[in-house]
Design a protein around this ligand. Structure first.
Ligand code: BGC
Length: 766
C-alpha cells in the first residue's frame, strides 16, 4: 500500500517529484475518451523509468501464442491493444541542454488530474546546468466532444535567465509494446508529411492492416501573442516533427499549443484518414485550446450530473469514488458496439485491452444506471454480434451445438491460452446470460430480448445441455473439470457456482421462451424455425434443471465450493503470517492449488447474482464460512463481499471491503497499479456504494432500496437513471430522501415499504 496522492474532492494530486512512483502515476493520471487513451507520460523526453502508453480503442495486434506444450483447441494468437503513435511528444532543448527530468534537479513538481473538467495538468520547476531555472506548465486532454482530438498547452518560462530554446513537437510511430512476446515492432510507415505549422503520419499494423493517422498543428505564443518563428522539419522512420527555434526572455512565458487528430481505419477509409484528419484539425485549431477545453468540460459536467456520488464526512472515500467513476466514463462511452472494456482500460498493456466476463458481471450495472440505455444495450449487442464466433469456439472444442463465449477476446475469437482458463472457466457463459436478464429486468427493453437476447440465451443453453453429463452414481447431472471464478482451484468437479449458473441459464431461457410464445407467437415461431429449437431440447433442459447436482455440506448447512473442498486443510486468512500475502507473489502455484484459500467470490458470486432466490440466513452462513478463507487477490473480489456484507447489515465488514476496492489504485493496494488501473473492478466500487450501502436492487422490474450508512460518513447520495426517470437518492443516519429529477412517477420500495415517487419522498430511519 502506498499513500502519496493528496486527498481532495475533485482532484487527484501528486505533490513533489516521485520518480520511483512514475509508473504508478502514469497509470493513475491517465486520460481517455472512449476512442483513445493516454498514460500520464511526460511530453518532454524522459530517460527514467516509464511505460509509454498511447492507445487507440479497437486497434489491436494478433501476437502469436507461445506455449511450452501446445494443446489442441488453443487459440492461435493473443490479442493486444497496441501502443499507438506517441502524439504527445514535445522535446525541449535549452541552450543546448535537453530537458529530461531524470537528469536535472526537479525543484517543484505538481501533477493534477482534474476530474470535474477532465484534464491533466503538470507544473514544475527544473534546475538545469549553470543554475538556470525554468518553469514548465503542461495541460492536456483528449476531447469528449470531438473524439479524435487531443490537445496540449505546453509552456516554458525561464525564471532567472534569457536563452535559446529549440522546441520540437512530433508524432512518433516507432514504438513497441512492452509486453510483446518477441520484442516485435508492430507498426509500419505508410505516409508522412510536414508543413510550416504541422505534420501528419500514417502507420499501419503489420498484421490485420489497421491504419492509424495522426495529424498535428501547432501555434506558438510569446507575451500572450502568436508569433512566427523559424522552423525546420525533422523526418525519421515513422517519425515527423518540427524544430522550432526561439529566443526565451526571463520571466516571459512561451506557450506551445499542440493540436492533434488521431483517426483510424476502423472509422474511416484508409485513403480518407489524412484528408478527414486535416479538416478536423483545422476545425479544432481554429476553435482554439480554451474553447475546446470548455466544450470538453461541459461534456464532463453532463456526465457528472448523471453519475456523481457525493459522500459527506469522508474526503478520502469521496475522492476515491469519483476517481472510479471518472475512469469508467473515460474508458467506455458506448457509442460503438464494436468496443468493450478491457480490465485495464486505456491505462496499461496488461490483459491486452481485451474483453473478459468482467464486463457483464461487473461493469454493466454502472452503465445501466448512469448512462443512456443505448450504452448498456451496446455492451450486449457486442456479444450478440460475436455469437457466431462463440458457436465456432464451441465447435472447435468438440461440441456439436451451442456457443461458448471466449474468456478473453477482441473480436469474438478466444485469445487466452492457459488451458485451465480457456477450456475450463466456462462460467463466463453464465455471466453473459445473467447480463441479458439484468439488462431486461432493469430497462424493460423487451424488443432487445426478442431480437437479440433470446438468440444468445438459446445457444448458451445448448452449450450447457451438452457440457453436463449424467452421473449414474449421483443420479444427477454433474459438470466436471472446471475452474470457477476462484482461479486458485483448477480442474475441479461440480463447482457450485458453475452448476448453479448453468441451471439458472436454462431456467431463464425457458422463462423467456414461454414469455415470447405468449406475447408474440409469430416471432417465437420464426425463432423456432430459424434456430431449430425442438421440444426434445426443452424437456432435456427441464430435466437438467430438476436433477442438477449441487455440492453441499450438511453439517454446516452451506453450499460447497466444489466436490471435496472440505478435504483440504482448513485454515483462515487471519491465521496466515503477513509475509505470505499476497499468496500469488509468495507461494508456488502448486501450494496455492492445494490450499483452501480463495482468490475471489465464488459461491458468494452466485449468491450475489441470484440474491432473490436465497434468504438472509443462507447468505449469512455461506458468507461467514467463505469470506474468512478469501484472500481477495482479484480486484473483483472485495466489491461483491462489500455488497453482501451490507445486505447482512455488517457495516464494519462492508466498509472494510469498500475501502479495499475504492482506493485500490490510488493507494496501490495490490502493488500492481504500475501496470495500469483496475478499470473493471472500479465498476464494482460503484456497485459497493449503490447496491451495497444504498441497498439498491431491481426485483421483478421494481426498484428497491435497503440502505445503511457507514459510521464515518455523514451522508451519501447517488444518481441513477431508471427507465424514464433520473433519481437522486440521499442517505443520512436519520433519513432516506429520494428525488425524482424529471418528474415521471416511479413505484419503488424502501426498507420493504412501497411508495409512489412523484417529486420527492423522505423516509425517516427507525
Ligand atoms: C480474475 C478474473 C478476471 C481477470 C480480469 C483475474 O485475476 O481472476 O476473474 O476476469 O482477472 O480482470
Amino acid at each position: 500500500m502506498k499513500q502519496y496522492i493528496k486527498t481532495d474532492e475533485w482532484n487527484i494530486i501528486e505533490e513533489g517529484f516521485h520518480p520511483e512512483d512514475q509508473l504508478l502515476s502514469e497509470s493513475i493520471f491517465s486520460i481517455g475518451n472512449g476512442h483513445m487513451g493516454q498514460r500520464a507520460n511526460f511530453e518532454e523526453q524522459y530517460s527514467g523509468e516509464s511505460l509509454q502508453g498511447s492507445y487507440m480503442a479497437g486497434v489491436y495486434y494478433t501476437d502469436k501464442t507461445k506455449v511450452g506444450w501446445w494443446k489442441n483447441g488453443y487459440p492461435e494468437y493473443f490479442a493486444k491493444v497496441l501502443n499507438a503513435a506517441n502524439w504527445i511528444g514535445i522535446n525541449v532543448i535549452i541552450d543546448g541542454e535537453t530537458l529530461d527530468l531524470a537528469k536535472c534537479e526537479v525543484k517543484e513538481f505538481r501533477r493534477v488530474l482534474n476530474m470535474k473538467d477532465g484534464y491533466l495538468q503538470r507544473t514544475l520547476i527544473a534546475r538545469l546546468s549553470g543554475q538556470k531555472e525554468i518553469r514548465i506548465d503542461a495541460k492536456r486532454f483528449v476531447s469528449m466532444a470531438v473524439k479524435e482530438a487531443g490537445l496540449i498547452r505546453y509552456s516554458v518560462t525561464p525564471l532567472n535567465f534569457d536563452g535559446e530554446c529549440l522546441i520540437t513537437p512530433y508524432l512518433d510511430g516507432d514504438i513497441k509494446n512492452t509486453d510483446s512476446n518477441y520484442d516485435e515492432k508492430f507498426w509500419e510507415e505508410i505516409y508522412k508529411e510536414n508543413s510550416v505549422d504541422g505534420a501528419a503520419l500514417t502507420v499501419k499494423t503489420r498484421k490485420l492492416d489497421f491504419h492509424a493517422g495522426s495529424l498535428m498543428k501547432y501555434d506558438i505564443l510569446q507575451g500572450g501573442k502568436k508569433i512566427q518563428c523559424s522552423t525546420e522539419p525533422v523526418e525519421k522512420d515513422k517519425y515527423v516533427g518540427c524544430n522550432i527555434s526561439l529566443r526565451l526572455k526571463q520571466s516571459e512565458e512561451t506557450v506551445l499549443y499542440k493540436y492533434v487528430i488521431n483517426v483510424t481505419s476502423r472509422d474511416k477509409a484508409r485513403d480518407e484518414l489524412i484528408p478527414y484528419g486535416r479538416t478536423r484539425l483545422e476545425e479544432i485549431s481554429q476553435k482554439g485550446f480554451d474553447a475546446m477545453l470548455q466544450e470538453h468540460s461541459a461534456a464532463w459536467h453532463k456526465k457528472w450530473k448523471e453519475s456523481d456520488i457525493v459522500i459527506e464526512g469522508d474526503l478520502s472515500a469521496q475522492q476515491a469514488i469519483r476517481f472510479n467513476i471518472f475512469q469508467l466514463n473515460q474508458t467506455y462511452t458506448g457509442e460503438d458496439a464494436r468496443l468493450n472494456i478491457g480490465p485495464k482500460g486505456f491505462t496499461g498493456e496488461k490483459y491486452g485491452g481485451s474483453t473478459y466476463w468482467d464486463t457483464e458481471a461487473y461493469c454493466l450495472p454502472f452503465y445501466l444506471s448512469t448512462a443512456d440505455q443505448k450504452i448498456s444495450r451496446n455492451l450486449l449487442i457486442y456479444r450478440y454480434k460475436q455469437l457466431e464466433k462463440a458457436r465456432e469456439n464451441a465447435a472447435k472444442l468438440g461440441f456439436s451445438k451451442g456457443a461458448l463465449y471466449p474468456m478473453v477476446t477482441m473480436n469474438g475469437e478466444e485469445c487466452h491460452n492457459e488451458w485451465e482458463i480457456t477450456f475450463e472457466e466456462i462460467h463466463r457463459n453464465g455471466a453473459i446470460a445473467y447480463a441479458v436478464y439484468n439488462y431486461v429486468n432493469y430497462t424493460g427493453d423487451w424488443d432487445y430480448l426478442k431480437e437479440y437476447g433470446l438468440k444468445v440465451l438459446l445457444e448458451l443453453s445448448r452449450f450447457w445441455e451438452e457440457r453436463v453429463n449424467f452421473s449414474e452414481s449421483k443420479n444427477s447431472y454433474v459438470i466436471l473439470g472446471v475452474t470457477g471464478p476462484n482461479e486458485y482451484e483448477n480442474n475441479v468437479n461440480n463447482n457450485w457456482y458453475t452448476n448453479r449458473i448453468a441451471s439458472w441459464t436454462l431456467e431463464y431461457t425457458l422463462e423467456v421462451i414461454s414469455w415470447m410464445k405468449e406475447k408474440d407467437y409469430p416471432a417465437y415461431k420464426n425463432l423456432e424455425d430459424k434456430s431449430g429449437l425442438r421440444e426434445t431440447e426443452i424437456s432435456k433442459w427441464m430435466d437438467i434443471i430438476k436433477r442438477m447436482y449441487y455440492p453441499v455440506d450438511e453439517e454446516r448447512n452451506i453450499f460447497l465450493q466444489q466436490d471435496g473442498y472440505l478435504d483440504k486443510e482448513q485454515c483462515l486468512v487471519k491465521e496466515l503470517k503477513k509475509e505470505n500475502l499476497p499468496l500469488n507473489q509468495h507461494w508456488s502455484w502448486d501450494r496455492i492449488l492445494r490450499s483452501c484459500f480463495i482468490k475471489q467470490a465464488d459461491v458468494l458470486q452466485g449468491l450475489y447474482f441470484l440474491q432473490d432466490k436465497y434468504d438472509l440466513d443462507t447468505l449469512r452462513r455461506n458468507f461467514n464460512f467463505y469470506e474468512p478463507r478469501t484472500v481477495h487477490e482479484s480486484s473483483l473480489s472485495p466489491c461483491i463481499h462489500a455488497i453482501l456484507a451490507a445486505k447482512l447489515k455488517d457495516k464494519d465488514k462492508a466498509y472494510e471491503m469498500y475501502l479495499k476496492t475504492a482506493r485500490l489504485d490510488l493507494d496501490n493496494y495490490n502493488n500492481d497499479t504500475e501496470d495500469g488501473c483496475h478499470i473493471t473492478s472500479m465498476a464494482g466500487t460503484w456497485m459497493s456504494v449503490v447496491e451495497g450501502f444504498g441497498g439498491m436492487r431491481v426485483v421483478k422490474e421494481k426498484l428497491h432500496f435497503d440502505p445503511i450508512i457507514p459510521d464515518t460518513w455523514k451522508s451519501f447520495s447517488f444518481k441513477i437513471k431508471f427507465r424514464e426517470s433520473l433519481l437522486k437518492v440521499t442517505i443520512t443516519k436519520a433519513k432516506v430522501a429520494i428525488k425524482n429529477e424529471n418528474g415521471n412517477a416511479v413505484t419503488l420500495s424502501v426498507y420493504g415499504n412501497d411508495y409512489s415517487l412523484d417529486k420527492e419522498i423522505v423516509i425517516l430511519v427507525q
